[in-house]
Design a binder for this molecule. Sequence first.
Ligand SMILES: *Cc1c(COP(=O)(O)O)cnc(C)c1O
Length: 349
Amino acid sequence: MSVRTRADLEQLPPYVAGRTVPGSIKLASNEVSEGPLPSAVAAINEAATEVHRYPDMGVTALTEALATHYDVAPEQVAVGCGSVALCEQLVQATCTAEDEVVFPWRSFEAYPIITQVVGAQQVKVPLTGEHALDLAAMLAAITPATRLVFVCTPNNPTGTLVRRAELNAFLDRVPGDVLVVLDEAYFEFVDDPEAPDGVEITRVRDNVVSMRTFSKAYGLAGLRAGYAIGPVRVVEALRKVSIPFSVNALAQTAAIASLQAQDELRRRCSDVVAERTRVHRELIAMGYEVPETQANFVWLPLGERTAAFNEHCLENRVVVRAFAGEGARVTIGQPDENDAFLAAAKSFG
Ligand SMILES: *Cc1c(COP(=O)(O)O)cnc(C)c1O
């Protein structure tokens, strides 16, 4: 006899992480190649001798630092074991089996997994022909059973941005009892003047929450710290479904130190943005279709050629993130890493 597990999990696709191939350049997981901010490393070293103690369960100091940084009340801030954990907590906090979660597709791989694990219904709304979120179609997909809508901007894996005016027009029409989750994991890389700022939106709407992370621009993916900013009622619900002590001590310490290093963060983000512009321009010059991107990656909608492109990059010691039959997502790395990728792209026949 074997252990009985939930039958519906048989159908669940596993989360495919970007591959790490020793000796190769990894441009597969949207990490910042430059590493953590130096002040964060110093803080981690210092805190290392204290890890026999449980972390602060209430994540008090980091929550207060975030509240000060964004000029919101600490009651409006929740920290999680990565923002992906907070995404799951939000679905848990809003949905039971009959309820629906609306999200764009293709988008962040975790959305369908989270929704199914929690046991809610998924409603996937295809992207537009320009690889952007189709907010009109997402609005049309909302039914009385909808409890939560994910809006991923910039969208992973396509890099496309939702503009402020279209987002506000959308939010004006979403029923007030439906939670809209603005997943802004790449917010720090955005430089479009028409970009929305999710935290500002949460000041004027009580059904919107903004999700950000220390994993991407801040370079702390390995430590797992993300946060949500939103209405007190939503944040309270988030806290109720969190796993005790899931934000570890080193993550809390490193996040606080990182938050205090804004100048360094800005410098590194503008370096990434400059490289993003260069990589995008060169790919277009080679004849590739590449949607405009506001994140730290580019999307190549190669369709059936994706698998061959992936193989070709691997042969050239560059690991990209391929979605078979759809396209490849390539993270912007350091200039020499990007050069290696561009050389591979150029020699792809
Ligand atoms: C990377 C990413 C996240 C979350 O990352 P964490 O490491 O869990 O904080 C969330 N949303 C999107 C769209 C991402 O790409």
